[in-house]
Design a protein around this ligand. Structure first.
Ligand SMILES: *Cc1c(COP(=O)(O)O)cnc(C)c1O
Length: 454
């Protein structure tokens, strides 16, 4: 074991020492079908095989010039925690046999403080924001069912008219969650955005709610849309609950981190009024995949949906009885990397990181705004930049955008991903990795310009 760990450590150190020079994107070859070895190669043999066949084709997604999707990195403390998760291999279902469930409970408490959420919020770690949205919407479904006299967890949805879900600019994973929950993708009605924005027009949302004529429904508010990083007015959305019965779920996968900084916290004012909240850990918290948190005040509904009653399990549902609260049964000590990084860098560390990355995004936005090669499509509100490629006064069509991005991928200086915003083929840059410095963004910007001039 010691030799395996020592060689693995050496490989990790080699990889991390070169992370800044590694191409942000690579063009990986397609693998041939592999044969399961008759006799194993041994752990050191498989490490050699991995290094020879796969390691050269890993992208620089952990590095400082990968701005695709919304991609965080891994802080040193988070990496230490993540390694130890596998060393300790605790099954965090919740029992008194180990401290592991209490570590998760404590970590949720630290995160509540980071985001300024009241103590009434309980929470749990899931694999990503998609699953956190799944849990939040499951709670909304359970709540709405109860309003109509149906226990959906017990009886299913068969006795109900379809439940409606309203959202102005939902993440695609909300549709996936609705499909998994039996509510159906078509349950979602898109409500209008404010003019020229991705934020909900709350007045128009109210019109939809009025038309529900008192039927309970679900509203998904967005705190950080993926194209232009726009924010719904959470306070105004929550205030509508005084007049209409709905469950308010807030998808704050990465935008929730605005709460860490006094400067950006106004973007998520009202977050604490939500019934359920999604926040990713593998984005702005900069812990490894797979980690996100779901928060709610209604642990009772959560236990109705996710209870896993069996003679050999503790039937009592406490906040750390995760087997009764999450989609998984057996689960790793997923909270540990978050505990390490929160303990290592504290509130100030995260405020500094969020503000630095947002300032770098603003810098990039300003370069784009001043360059004739690009059109900035929205103001930079947090850590994301959305822009089109200029073609005279117009914008380059999607085929040209894809060609540009393929060029950047081959160049390796920066990695960006495409989108369509307000009908315009566009490019997004998300600055979410703790490693990014001014020098990195300048290098990325040079690569962006090089690509546009090719
Ligand atoms: C990334 C993201 C998701 C999905 O998160 P995963 O962690 O990939 O499951 C959902 N909502 C928003 C706003 C996101 O940015």
């Amino acid at each position: 074991m010691d030799a395996v760990l020592a060689e693995t450590l050496a490989e990790a150190a080699r990889f991390l020492a070169q992370i800044e020079a590694r191409p942000a994107g690579v063009c990986a070859p397609r693998l041939e079908a592999a044969q399961l070895p008759e006799e194993g190669l041994g752990a050191l043999g498989s490490l050699e095989e991995f290094k020879a066949r796969f390691a050269p084709w890993l992208s620089g997604s952990a590095g400082p010039r990968y701005y695709g999707l919304v991609t965080g990195g891994v802080t040193p403390a988070a990496l230490a925690g993540d390694w130890l998760v596998s060393v300790y291999d605790q099954n965090t279902v919740g029992s008194d046999e180990s401290i592991a469930p209490q570590i998760e409970l404590e970590t949720i408490g630290l995160l509540r403080q980071l985001f300024g959420l009241p103590d009434e919020f309980s929470g749990a770690f899931v694999t990503g924001a998609t699953m956190a949205n799944f849990v939040g919407l499951a709670l909304g479904r359970q709540w709405a069912g109860h309003q109509l006299g149906v226990d959906c967890a017990a009886q299913g949805l068969w006795g109900l008219e379809p439940l409606r879900v309203f959202s102005a600019c939902p993440h695609s994973s909300v549709y996936k969650a609705l499909a998994m929950l039996g509510m159906g993708r078509e349950a979602l009605t898109l409500t209008p955005c404010l003019p020229g924005r991705e934020a909900a027009d709350v007045g128009r949302l109210e019109e939809h709610l009025k038309r529900q004529e008192g039927r309970p429904c679900v509203v998904v508010a967005n705190a950080g849309t993926v194209n232009t990083v726009d924010f719904d007015d959470l306070r105004a959305a929550a205030a509508l609950r005084a007049r209409y019965p709905f469950w308010l779920h807030v998808d704050a996968a990465f935008g929730g981190f605005a709460a860490c900084s006094p400067r950006y916290a106004p973007l998520v004012e009202g977050l604490e009024a939500a019934d359920s909240i999604t926040i990713d850990a593998h984005k702005f918290l900069n812990v490894p995949y797979d980690a996100a948190m779901q928060f709610t005040r209604r642990t009772d509904l959560q236990a109705e949906v996710f209870q896993n009653a069996a003679a050999y399990l503790d039937a009592q549902v406490r906040a750390d009885q995760y087997i009764h609260l999450t989609p998984e049964n057996s689960r790793r000590l997923r909270a540990l990397p978050s505990w390490f990084t929160l303990t290592a860098y504290g509130k100030q560390g995260y405020a500094e990181m969020v503000e630095r990355l947002c300032a770098l995004a603003q810098w990039l936005g300003a370069q784009i705004e001043g360059a004739r090669e690009f059109h900035l499509l929205a103001p930079v509100r947090l850590n994301g930049v959305c822009f089109a490629l200029a073609d005279g006064a117009g914008c380059v069509p999607m085929e040209g955008v894809r060609r540009y991005l393929r060029g950047l991928q081959a160049d390796g200086g920066v990695y960006l991903t495409p989108t369509v915003y307000a009908g315009v083929p566009a490019v997004r840059a998300s600055l979410t990795n703790w490693r990014i410095t001014q020098k990195d963004v300048e290098q990325a910007w040079e690569a962006m310009l090089r690509g546009a001039q090719r």
